[in-house]
Design a protein around this ligand. Structure first.
Ligand code: RFL
Ligand code: PHB
Length: 389
């Protein structure tokens, strides 16, 4: 079998790239290790930058997002019982859209199916061959059958645990990592959100986040210990803890109910350089991870897809390698800024096991500066709504 672009990973990065390429008549095959239902069952991101919304429009997949997504003009930040607001639209002229990653992925799958694009699910033993030659190919198995896919380029969109990054030789690859000493316990519940805007809460008991998917579907997170298991937390214990971490007037309005999903995610900052090796290009979580504070993961994956899509377009339409040659440099320049923002926001909002009295004073000073300084608010808003591509 032969295609122009072999895309490893059928998460949001891989599907968005496939759909954008399709609009330009560039053919791809997507290889996904899991089933479609499994991918759609993962509850992850909830906040979309304008850049991702534009890419969804360009891919012809933004109708439902515009009809059902929620425009958020700002966000709330609390510490103890103090709460202040960062106004995105006032500072940047741009809101964010609250629309779940599950729905983004569902829309992209629907478009791929409508376009008759190929996706092989349940693939195993994916191996990339000859990425540093002009004739790369991918081998894999589906239900015990061995397959070979020849291609011009390979897009490694297979997430943090995928094979693409590992294919880049160790003497070429440099990795940067910071692991945080806590995780986020998240629940989804069919209850109205406590507030129509997100609340990021710093409390002496640890971080909490109140987010939402729609008027009757809420997403809440609390900072937890890395040794905790979701089953250690009853719904009742979760709600009690959340109430203690958000301002009292918000806690009084919190509507609780049974959780329909409960999971724990560790927090990590990670970047691999370069993001290209020969004809293999890494996109999204395959190349970098951010802690979820600030909602940059999916959005940074989308900016990678933007640079790669432009590069491949130039290659096929203008016979130019200029943009694909600049891919790693351009993508990484934006990735590091998203890393900085997520690291800074995480550091300001969480309790660390080894935090000294001085460190705590620094956190409060950071929060009070942000609360009172318009320039700091503008910088925060610019980063939150997404830096330009
Ligand atoms: P994904 O989503 O991990 O998809 C990779 C796909 O590749 C498949 N795969 C393979 N396929 C074939 N062969 C192999 N060998 C393979 N190995 C893996 C996997 O099955 C999977 O389907 O990566 P992608 O597409 O780069 O997308 C990245 C985003 O999923 C991620 O950055 C975000 O979810 C991060 N994130 C958030 N990002 C935001 O922008 N805004 C948010 O509000 C936000 N909230 C979050 C988040 C991530 C979270 N968790 C659980 C880590 C909240 C949480 C709790
Ligand atoms: C979410 O709704 O899942 C969400 C929102 C904002 C974040 C992280 C996660 O910063």
């Amino acid at each position: 079998m032969k295609t122009q672009v072999a895309i490893i990973g059928g998460g949001p990065s891989g599907l968005l790239l496939a759909q954008l390429l399709h609009t330009r008549g560039i053919e791809s095959v997507v290889l996904e290790r899991k089933t479609k239902d499994y991918v759609l069952g993962r509850i992850r991101a909830g906040v979309l930058e304008q850049g991702l919304v534009k890419l969804m429009e360009e891919a012809g997949c933004a109708d439902r997002l515009h009809a059902e997504g929620y425009v958020h003009d700002g966000t709330l930040i609390s510490y103890g019982d103090e709460m202040f607001r960062i106004d995105f639209t006032e500072h940047t002229g741009t809101p964010v859209i609250v629309y779940g990653q599950t729905e983004v992925t569902r829309d992209l799958y629907a478009a791929r199916e409508k376009a008759g694009g190929r996706i092989d699910f349940n693939v195993d033993d994916v191996v990339i061959h000859g990425a540093d030659t002009d004739a790369p190919f991918v081998t894999y198995t589906v239900a015990g059958e061995h397959r070979r896919l020849e291609c011009d380029f390979i897009a490694g969109c297979d997430g943090f645990h995928g094979v693409s990054r590992q294919t880049i030789p160790l003497d070429v690859r440099r990795e940067y990592e910071k692991v945080y000493p806590f995780g986020w316990l998240g629940i989804l519940s069919e209850t109205p959100p406590v507030n129509h805007e997100l609340i990021y809460a710093n409390s002496p008991r640890g971080f909490a986040l109140c987010s939402m998917r729609n008027e009757n579907l809420s997403r809440y997170y609390i900072q937890c210990s890395l040794s905790d298991k979701p089953e250690d937390w009853t719904d009742e214990a979760f709600w009690q803890e959340l109430k203690r971490r958000i301002p009292a007037d918000q806690a009084a309005n919190l509507v609780t109910g049974p959780s329909i999903e409960k999971s724990i995610a560790p927090l990590r900052s990670f970047v691999t350089e370069p993001m290209r090796w020969g004809r293999l290009f890494l996109c999204g979580d395959a190349a970098h991870i951010v802690p979820p504070t600030g909602a940059k993961g999916l959005n940074t994956a989308a900016s990678d897809v933007h640079y790669l899509y432009n590069g491949l377009r130039d290659f096929y339409e203008k016979n130019s390698t200029q943009e694909i040659d600049l891919y790693s440099q351009k993508a990484l320049a934006r990735v590091w800024k998203a890393e900085r923002f997520s690291w800074w926001f995480s550091s300001m909002m969480h309790r660390y096991p080894d935090q000294s009295a001085f460190d705590l004073k620094m956190q409060v000073a950071d929060l009070e500066f942000l609360r009172s300084n318009k320039s700091a608010q503008k910088a925060m808003a610019e980063n939150y709504v997404g830096l330009p591509y």
